[in-house]
Design a protein around this ligand. Sequence first.
Ligand code: PEP
Ligand code: MN
Length: 341
Amino acid sequence: MIVVMSAHCTQEEVEAVQRHLSDRGLQGHLNPGVERSVIGVLGEIYPELQDELEFMSGVSDVFRVSKPYKLASREFVGHSTQVEIGKDKVVIGAGEFVVFAGPCAVESETQVLATARAVSAAGAKVMRGGAFKPRTSPYSFRGMGEDGLKLLASARDETGLAIITEVMSPQDMDLVSRYADVLQIGARNMQNFSLLDEAGRADKPVMVKRGQSATYEDWLLAAEYVMAGGNERVILCERGIRTFETFTRNTMDLNAIPAIHRLSHLPVVADPSHGTGRWYLVTPMARAAAAVGADGLIIEVHPNPDEAKSDGAQSLTFENFSLLMDQVRAIRESVGGGVAV
Ligand code: PEP
Ligand code: MN
């Protein structure tokens, strides 16, 4: 439920509404707008509540949010949200486009530093690299753990790039948060509710990747978990879904980008690396994602893809990444930033 306060309401009137809610075991989430303040009601809503609130002074309108997710919904915020990343406050969302790039997994100091320099020179603002890797087989390379996080931190020190890295379990949240500028929740963990709760308590932005078989609603409810836990700095990532097609690793759902922009105010990034699984499909799908209004891209890049310990087949060389950046820049210039929602 959303309570729209009237344009000239007083602070006391806003507080009275919030008190009314908290006395009934509900949470009032204030969104102070430029023109009007809006209060989102969270919790179990009972039938008489709408009438009770409508008659309170300072209240202009009360309506029910039709979606099961509230904080993540566009209805609730009304405009596109920007999220700030890292100490340089790189901004993503509402027209600001950010590229995250780097290897699938951190493998060595030389690999991380060489990649950081190359992606930074090409225009990426955030370096990706997994130190804790979710692998389908327990026998595959599962990441360097804290040593990998330290290598990412030294790449940040040298290049100024912010760092995104995956956190796989609630127990690792504190450790990973000490190094990361953005916490990545992987597709396989999108419905790990204790991990989402923990991410809600973290003091870093969170990228929620779409689960392999998640609907838009499942995905936005995962974002809602993080937001309801108190962390509203959420970025969504479309990384392809499982379909009957086996030629590509996943099917990149480009519908998701404008559709999520319609449903939610959160920034949406596209991951054509996992979305396709084949390096030669990454640039065309990155171009497409930019054209449909993605707020950013996350791209796997490796100094020598043939020797990568994970996801080499979908990793770009430095040269191909730089070409991708030029092409994406041209697409963004030609389509413009404004996309109707
Ligand atoms: C990754 O980004 O390396 C990764 C494992 O992605 P996903 O969770 O989307 O499979
Ligand atoms: Mn990968």
